[in-house]
Design a protein around this ligand. Structure first.
Ligand SMILES: Cc1ncc(COP(=O)(O)O)c(C=O)c1O
Length: 323
């Protein structure tokens, strides 16, 4: 390969064997930590940059500014190295310290912002990113939440990969929902191949998605702090197309953390926290609805190294009262 970004995509699909006790049908995990930035977000980061270049929005020597929970930043940083851009990332202070250090290691400037402020508060990581974009000449703010290149990356890569890897046998598709790019881009492709495929979105307690899907109401009472990183939102990103997500299941921080640790110990999959959310929630659905011949794919977005100080740290787990 000419550059590490060419290694993005074509990640393996791996059968889950031990956490699936009592479930009919086949459960497969799309293991996205095989991407060079160790997460699913490499796919859309590269596409957002390439589409911005094609549209003439990003010019040589430019600066990429983004609000990120870490993984998108990593993908953008790799793309920026390949193409010679600078990166400035804003991140909320609830994200792992590891994620900040990793982004600095690949040459990005990182600005940490408070988590518990409203999205339109000038201190929020969304607002700080927007302001920097206005102030810094020749900068772009890809805005992964509303940028259609995000979903398009998954429509073009993740969807076709799953269709080919399962030889068209996929019947259910489950993924955590943050910006919505992963689930909706992939689901759009899969439902075009087979409209009967069911898509399950995993949400957190403290997020607006599930209630919005079920009632059409954006309920501010649903919003409160939670600890799981990367999924659930206090906004409705344009990349979330509710017509493509058949149902949402909420998973608690604790259930997600414990399932993530089981994936490492029982499946050999040393994955990130939202992977536990995805598997816990998807298996809840699978227990009730999956039949013998069904094939469910669950997306595992990132790698366990980013959570060594949290869910893989027994002291931290005990402090939460989770061990
Ligand atoms: C760890 C992790 N899990 C899940 C997601 C959700 O993916 P998406 O933004 O495509 O909905 C993200 C996105 O940032 C993430 O970083």
């Amino acid at each position: 390969m000419n550059h590490i970004v060419e290694a993005i995509g074509n990640t393996p699909l791996v059968k889950l064997n031990n956490v699936t006790d009592g479930i009919k049908g086949t459960i497969l995990a799309k293991v996205e930590y095989f991407n060079p930035g160790n997460s699913v977000k490499d796919r859309m980061a590269l596409k957002m940059i390439e589409d911005a270049e094609k549209a003439g929005l990003l010019k040589p020597g430019g600066t990429i500014i983004e609000g990120t929970s870490g993984n998108t930043g990593m993908g953008l940083a790799l793309a920026a190295i390949a193409k010679g851009y600078k990166c400035i990332f804003t991140m909320s202070d609830k994200q792992s310290k590891e994620k900040q250090d990793i982004l600095r290691a690949v040459g990005a400037e990182v600005i940490v912002c408070p988590t518990n402020v409203a999205p339109d508060d000038p201190r929020s990581y969304y607002s700080v990113a927007r302001k920097l974009n206005q102030e810094i000449p020749n900068s772009i703010y890809p805005n992964q939440y509303d940028n259609p290149s995000n979903s398009a990356a998954h429509y073009e890569t993740t969807g076709p990969e799953l269709w080919q890897q399962t030889e068209g046998k996929i019947t259910h598709y489950a993924a955590g929902v943050g910006t919505g790019g992963t689930i909706c881009g992939t689901a759009k492709y899969l439902k075009e191949q087979n409209p009967n495929i069911v898509t399950v979105g995993l949400d957190t307690y403290g997020s607006v998605f599930k209630k919005y899907k079920e009632t059409g109401i954006f309920d501010e009472n649903e919003i409160y702090p939670y600890k799981t990183e990367g999924i659930g939102e206090d906004i409705l990103p344009k990349n979330v197309n509710f017509d493509l997500i058949d149902l949402f299941i909420k998973v608690s921080d604790k259930d997600a953390a414990l399932m993530t640790r089981r994936l490492a110990k029982e499946e050999g999959l040393f994955v990130g926290w939202s992977c536990g959310s995805a598997v816990y929630g998807a298996l809840e659905y699978a227990k009730e609805h999956l039949k013998e011949d069904d094939t469910m794919v669950i997306v595992l977005p990132d790698h366990g190294t980013r959570y060594l100080g949290k869910i893989y740290n027994d002291d931290w787990m005990r402090e939460q009262g989770w061990l």
